[in-house]
Ligand binder design. Sequence first.
Ligand SMILES: [Zn+2]
Length: 456
Amino acid sequence: MRRAIIMLGVLLFAGFSGTVSAQIPPIVNDHWYHNHTTLTVDVQAWASDYPEIVDLTSAGQTELGRELWVVRLSDWAVETKEDGTPKDMVYIDGGHHGNEHLGTELAFLVAQYYIEGWADGEEEAIRVLSNTEIHVLIMLNADGNDLDTRWNVNQIDLNRNYAHRWDENETQSGRGGPFSESETLANSEYMNTYMKDADLYITMHTGVWIMLYPWGYMPDQPVDWELFHFIRDDVHDSLSEIPIRNANQGLYPNRGTSRDYGYGIMGFPTFTFETDDEQWALGSIESLDSRMAEELDVMRYLIDNVWYWRARLILDSFNLDGDVVNFEVTNLGRASTRNATLQYLVGEEVVWESNNFTINATSSKSVSTSGFDNEGGEWRFSYQKRLINSAVWVNESVDVGDYETGFFAQSMASLVWAMQVGAIPLFVIGFAFWWSREEKPFYLVDEIPLEAELIG
Ligand SMILES: [Zn+2]
């Protein structure tokens, strides 16, 4: 006890003297572990103090009737981004395991970071809340938190109780099947009702300092390994040395987790964020504060860049040569997509579409497809956000410009001009060069072995 008082004194002194706050956001020094009662007080205070950005709701109740608070953060004065596109969606939960207090606190800290940043007029918080909805279910296992136990009140491990590869042989995975517990059922219903379009799901735990991406149920790399590996390398290059691995190999095999459910069923890019397990050691409080700041940095990076955590197709060029549609497309996102098409709609009906194409993250592709003979309609890209089968499909309008002046029309004009000035040979050379630049027929990426498949 004496040691605790001394440490508290040191921390207070350090905080007041500013030696700590020079490196660590001040909010990291202020918090204490929440129980459900203090959490309720804090989130209700946020909602009443900052109604412009905080929309407090409940995803349901625990087995013992405690509210599952979800703090919804965004600039509610604007419905979309400035360019009219939908805001990006981020889902975060904490406290699946009632005795993992630090992971629960990280979920709280993330919400607090954006609320206080917005209140202080900080550019990053304002930008993020203008463009993003962040939904944070801070404490899922509030009954277990009250009892300081991993399990919920029915002695179930909530993070084995999800409907993805649920297995009765996992320890305390549920009473006869997945979603047997009101906490997990409420969480999945919230995801399916409000978060279908999310492009990031982080679930917070405590144990080993590590970030885990799917899968837990098998050692193979996920089909969207390119996305997860990019994030891993980017975080390691500039933010943190936190290990980032697939769960099965990075920690241990597990089935029925919210992470595998989030990716495998909901199609979210999903990470389990494990804080370390030193929350009981008072002597380590100060270093834990530093570590929480580093983890908050990683969360800020993941949230601020959420736009990139899927495929993002942009039309680079378009022309119509007779009945052949030629276009070039770039994927600005960090996830690949396949079975993508450029479609032409008259009303609701797709009257023409290009050959399916596959396009890797941050790369470009040329596609040519014949048979276009339509008018009076609109163009769009149709593609899945990620490679996983449960990825959401998107249909995004495309402005192709004025395709009346496509290659064929241009070449006719050039021919007339060439004949007039007697420069036909030059034109023929140019024509041949154009044809030699034709792309080879595209291939599907899933027909060649992915690096991930070789790793697995
Ligand atoms: Zn846990």
